[in-house]
Every structure is written in structure tokens, then in C-alpha cells.
Design a protein around this ligand. Structure first.
Ligand code: ZN
Length: 258
């Protein structure tokens, strides 16, 4: 009888031990699961940060599409096209389209995908009644300035634009030769200046480089280098300007205040 009781007690003890062991295993599994979820969250946060960096949402950007065509994107994703005509990249919906004059290599606005509230500013709005107008659209400041001033480009029918995007000033000269107003730009602290230098319809690379010295932007960029071509490397090389920056068609740069 005593032996039976002893065996019974032993069996009960073993059962208790077995149950205790099971509970520990369950706790371990539960801890492991919690750790896995934490890791997954960390990866998700990291991925989201990487996406932000990849999208460049933290910086204003400029895509040079070739010839005289540009696409600018602000930090918050406001999209501005200037003189749509050349290259690719017109699929990002536009908030603003700027046209410097009505020659067919500058005004192909139908190429651009537009947001329903897209604002189009052409030379007619920018230069009205002899006055160069300024605009503020979705946080982007746009100042129209003199352009043309040569036999192919009437100064009353052409404009350039100074676009202020996230505090960075980008001067897009349009089709032009030297203008009187250029000498006033040095005081504006321009960050980027795009200057035509084809030497056929506008000033050549030598005169454009002289204008660059006058304007004194932190980056001077040759564009509209050759009629009928996206880009002429040799003409760009002839643009012997201080702080020269050559951007190839299709290249997108991050805009900086430097
Ligand atoms: Zn042109």
C-alpha cells in the first residue's frame, strides 16, 4: 500500500514537472514572436527612410531634359517644367509650366502631364504691357526678366525666369543675348544660371561666359547649345565661365544653396 502511494506521488511529481516544462517552452515561443515583430517594425521604418531618401523628398531637384527643357521638383513635390520640348520625363504631373517665348522648341506644353490645377505662365502673362511680372504659385516664386535682345528674339516677346524653389534661386535665361538687366543679377545671389550659347540664334559660348561673369551665379550652366540637338558637348566645353557646371541631358541634380 505504501509502495503504491509512493509510485502515485512520483507519477504526480513527474506530471507537474512536465507541465512546468511545457509552460516554459510556450513563454520562450511567445518571447521569440515578440522579438520577431519588433525586428519587422525596425526593418519597415528603415525601408521607409530609404524610400524617402530615394525619392529625394528632402531636397529640391532639377532634371535637364536637353536643349532648353528643364523639370524642377521642390522638397514637397511641387513640379515645374520650363520650355517643354526636348527629351523625356514629362510624365510627372505638372503644378506649373513656364514658357519663355513662342518658338516651337520651347512651347510644347501638350507634352506635359498636367495636374487639374496646373498653372501655365507664358511670355504673354510674364511680360504684359511692358511690365515684367512676378508670380507666387504653391510656394514657388517666379520673377520674369528681360530676354531676347537679338535679331531672332524680340525683347518684347521673350522672357527669362528667376525661379526660387526652397530658397534656391535658379535663373533660366531663355533664348537671349546679353541684356541690360543681367548686370543687376549679381546682387541677387543666384545659385544656378542656365545660359544659351548656340551662337546661331543667340549669343555664342564666349559671350555667354561673359554674361556668367556678370551674373555671378554659384553655378553657371550651358544650355541651348545647338539648334536641333539635345546637347553639343563641344559648345558646352567652349563655355569658359567661372563655376561652370555641365549637365548632360537626362541627368537630374540635387539643388543646393551652395
Ligand atoms: Zn530656342
Amino acid at each position: 500500500m505504501n509502495l503504491k502511494k509512493y509510485i502515485c506521488m512520483f507519477g504526480l511529481l513527474m506530471l507537474l514537472l512536465l507541465l512546468a516544462s511545457c509552460q516554459t517552452t510556450t513563454q520562450n515561443a511567445s518571447t521569440a514572436e515578440t522579438t520577431d515583430i519588433t525586428d519587422a517594425s525596425a526593418i519597415k521604418i528603415q525601408a521607409s527612410q530609404e524610400t524617402t531618401e530615394n525619392n529625394g523628398d528632402s531636397a529640391a531637384k532639377l532634371l535637364y531634359q536637353g536643349h532648353a527643357s528643364l523639370r524642377l521638383t521642390s522638397k514637397d513635390g511641387t513640379v515645374i517644367y520650363v520650355d517643354p520640348y526636348a527629351g523625356d520625363g514629362y510624365d510627372v504631373p505638372a503644378d506649373i509650366i513656364l514658357v519663355t517665348h513662342q518658338h516651337s522648341d520651347h512651347n510644347q506644353i501638350q507634352l506635359v502631364t498636367q495636374k487639374p490645377d496646373c498653372t501655365i505662365i507664358s511670355n504673354a502673362e510674364a511680360l504684359a504691357g511692358g511690365t515684367h511680372n512676378s508670380f507666387s504659385v504653391k510656394g514657388i516664386d517666379i520673377q520674369s526678366v528681360e530676354a531676347g535682345n537679338n535679331p531672332n528674339h524680340d525683347i518684347t516677346q521673350c522672357v527669362g525666369y528667376i525661379i526660387t524653389i526652397d530658397g534656391i534661386k535658379v535663373y533660366v535665361a531663355g533664348d537671349t543675348s546679353k541684356t541690360d538687366q543681367m548686370s543687376t543679377f549679381a546682387d541677387m545671389g543666384l545659385n544656378y544660371a542656365f545660359l544659351p550659347c548656340d551662337g546661331t540664334y543667340n549669343m555664342d559660348a564666349k559671350t555667354a561666359a561673359e554674361c556668367a561673369k556678370l551674373i555671378n551665379a554659384k553655378h553657371n550652366i550651358p544650355y541651348h547649345t545647338h539648334p536641333g540637338e539635345l546637347f553639343d558637348e563641344q559648345v558646352a566645353e567652349n563655355f569658359d565661365a567661372p563655376n561652370r557646371l555641365i549637365i548632360q541631358p537626362g541627368d537630374e541634380i540635387v539643388l543646393t544653396g551652395d
